[in-house]
Design a protein around this ligand. Structure first.
Ligand code: PRX
Length: 649
């Protein structure tokens, strides 16, 4: 059994003013939807798929599970995601702002639906006619948080190309791995962007990645953002601003099948190699739109702001596709929340009259710590719904978000989901669900979640176990790019073709779900999901290192900090220097987000007689916790005491 210690008793009820504007106004309504989905699963999804999506050709069947766990949705339905996000809004909302961009230096751009449509079409034409991109080709997008990043994604979708967005904080090495795994034909990037008041560079990292491999890349399209000097390879690299304006304004949308791949997005798992999570068009866009309507109650007047980076799934679903499918105004901000000070976000929210705001617990904790009273200096009365995602939110941070940021008026939607789920799975409904700080509350209608013990039996009330989703859902992962075996093994081998999330959770006496963290070798650092094995293989590239094990250590701000136990090849005389060098290796291999925060230099790691590293013991040591496990069966039990008394550098 997995021990759970968090107990939170407080309950907060939605403000009646929020309820009045909500799509789902009570728990009775919620229960009705849940019961409908339970009783008539396919009928439920059929109703929404027909109501929400502009199908170019209707589907013939809702769900095909004949090749489970490769579930298929909306069989033979045809559509194009960009028609759902752009074309259908032109008549009613052509002049409405689609993307409201603010750069870190303070520059603002408001792009209407009509303008966005035109630009997406021009870029689509460029990809198709100048660069020869065809349906199914892969394009890697490596960009700062600027509108062209969203435009590039949509342009790919327009012509049926598959985008793989790589987070701009990843290194050249990580970029290269992702380009090669996807077999991408093209990279869309920028010179760089602005962060913490300074320009930073991306194009040189693309150059470096391409110099070391990436033989499939034929061309690179470069947006000018910070105007720093960069190298352009003749015949390979082209400037966006020189080509795009000359392209025709209309590009016929490619007719796509509901099950065609919408995009690939790499995420971390239990092995050293990131997984290319594959999403399918029809199901993805349906759920992106439905959850925007249910969880954010998006409406015509909203100014909606999700602070994620488009390099993560949150940016895909809840900055680009979901809000645009709903015809909303989506805010994009380039920089960090603390520049020029910890009031930047609140100042922006006041200026743009943001109504719905969506961020990560780690950002909430940083802002609370740096400047707890800062929100009070701004008029945040426009806020109605405040969301969080990415990791469990501790009740303290929740209460500050609720009271200081939300003025006690707003609903907090603690949304649990994953790269693989495509959209929200467990979340309060802002006008209906009584909120318990720290709980993502209940599964959304149509989503069925349960907690099982290791032996496959159902966990009892409040008993911790594996969180599973017991029925398929439209926006679920379809495959791991080029690795269907890993798809089956990772997600569907636990029990009867049901989806294993990789998280531990418990369900309380009211049916509320409490996420307890990852059950696998994945750690969650500032909401970034990192595989411990990925970090280990990066560290192991450093020639002074013989062996390494990485675990997460609970951290007040980051959620988890990276703690590495390292066995060096020779005695280390200057530990500080050694730590710095190790961090540099990781920065080069993955990026600065994966740098170890703590290092313990040791002569050995606790192992079983079969040679398996006992991570659970290392986790307890890193957390400074007592070790409850029996260590007498270890090959080297004496090492545990030594590790407990070592001071990390
Ligand atoms: O452990 C859960 C945590 O983030 C993991 C998914 O990470 P990723 O695929 O990068 O997607 C993040 C954005 C959707 C989950 O397995 N997680 C996400 N949301 C929550 C959460 N943990 C607790 N509460 C949440 N609301």
């Amino acid at each position: 059994m997995i021990e759970s210690v968090l107990r939170e008793e407080r309950i907060f009820y939605p403000n009646p003013e929020i309820t009045a504007k909500s799509n789902i106004k009570s728990m009775e309504e919620y229960e009705k939807l849940v019961a409908w989905a339970e009783k008539d699963f396919e009928g439920f999804w059929d109703y929404f798929a027909k109501e929400k999506i502009n199908w170019l050709k209707p589907y013939e069947k809702v769900l095909d599970d004949s090749e489970a766990p490769h579930y298929k949705w909306f069989i033979n339905g045809k559509l194009n995601i960009t028609e759902q996000c752009l074309d259908r809004h032109l008549e009613k909302r052509g002049e409405k702002t689609a993307i409201l961009f603010e750069g870190e230096p303070g520059d603002i751009r408001k792009i209407t639906y009509k303008e966005l449509y035109g630009e997406v079409n021009r870029v689509a034409n460029l990809l198709k006619h100048k660069f020869g991109i065809k349906k199914g080709d892969r394009i890697v997008i490596y960009m700062p948080m600027i509108p062209e990043a969203a435009i590039a994604m949509l342009a790919c979708a327009r012509i049926g190309a598959i985008h793989s967005v790589v987070f701009g904080g990843f290194s050249a090495e990580a970029l290269k791995d992702r380009i090669e795994d996807a077999g991408a034909k093209m990279v869309i990037t920028a010179d760089g962007g602005y962060r913490r008041g300074k320009p930073y560079m991306l194009k040189p990292l693309v150059d470096k990645a391409l110099a070391n491999g990436c033989k499939t890349i034929e061309s690179v399209l470069v947006v000018k953002r910070n105007n720093e000097s960069i190298n352009m390879a003749k015949g390979r690299d082209y400037f966006y601003h020189e080509l795009v304006p000359n392209m025709p304004d209309i590009c016929e949308a490619e007719i796509m099948d509901s099950e065609d791949i919408a995009f690939i997005l790499y995420t971390s798992g239990s092995t050293g190699k990131p997984k290319g999570v594959q999403h399918a068009i029809g199901g993805f866009i349906l759920w992106a739109q439905m959850t925007m309507e249910w969880v954010f109650d998006i409406n015509e007047e909203d100014i909606y702001w999700c602070t994620a980076d488009i390099g993560w799934i949150t940016g895909h679903t809840y900055i680009v596709y979901g809000p645009l499918a709903c015809g909303a105004t989506t805010v994009m901000y380039e920089g960090v929340p603390t520049y020029p000070d910890a009031g930047r976000w609140w100042q922006m929210a006041e200026k743009h009259r943001v109504t719905k705001f969506y961020t990560a617990p780690t950002a909430i904790r940083i802002l609370k710590k740096l400047a707890p009273d800062e929100p009070k200096k701004y008029d945040l009365s426009s806020f109605e719904i405040l969301g969080t995602v990415g990791e469990p939110i501790n009740p303290d941070a929740w209460i500050w978000y609720y009271e200081t940021v939300g003025g006690g008026r707003c609903s907090i939607v603690d949304t649990w989901w994953q790269t693989e789920t495509g959209g929200h799975m467990i979340s309060p409904l802002p006008g209906a669900t009584p909120m318990k700080p720290g709980s993502a509350t209940k599964p959304l209608p149509g989503i069925f979640a349960e907690v099982f013990l290791e032996d496959g039996t159902k966990a009892k009330v409040n008993e911790g176990g594996f969180l599973c989703i017991t029925k398929p859902w439209p926006s679920m992962i379809r495959n791991i790019w080029r690795d269907p075996e890993r798809y089956k093994k990772t997600y569907f081998s636990f029990k009867d073709n049901i989806y294993l999330t990789g998280d531990d959770a418990r369900i309380d006496e009211d049916g509320y779900i409490w996420i307890m963290g990852r059950a696998d070798d994945v750690i969650n650092v500032s909401g970034h999901r990192l595989g411990t094995m990925e970090i280990e293989s990066a560290i192991a590239k450093y020639e002074k290192i013989a062996e390494v094990a990485v675990v997460g250590k609970p951290d007040e701000i980051k959620g988890e900090a990276i703690f590495a136990f390292i066995v060096p090849k020779e005695k280390i005389t200057d530990p500080e220097k050694f730590k710095k060098e190790t961090q540099e290796v990781v920065t080069k291999e993955i990026g600065p987000i994966a740098k170890p925060d703590y290092i313990v230099i040791t002569e050995g790691l606790p192992k079983t007689r079969s040679g398996k590293i006992m991570r659970r013991i290392l986790k307890a040591i890193a957390a400074g916790k007592e070790i409850t496990q029996d260590i007498s069966t270890l090959e080297n039990p004496e090492i545990v005491k030594k590790l407990q008394s070592s001071k990390p550098i």
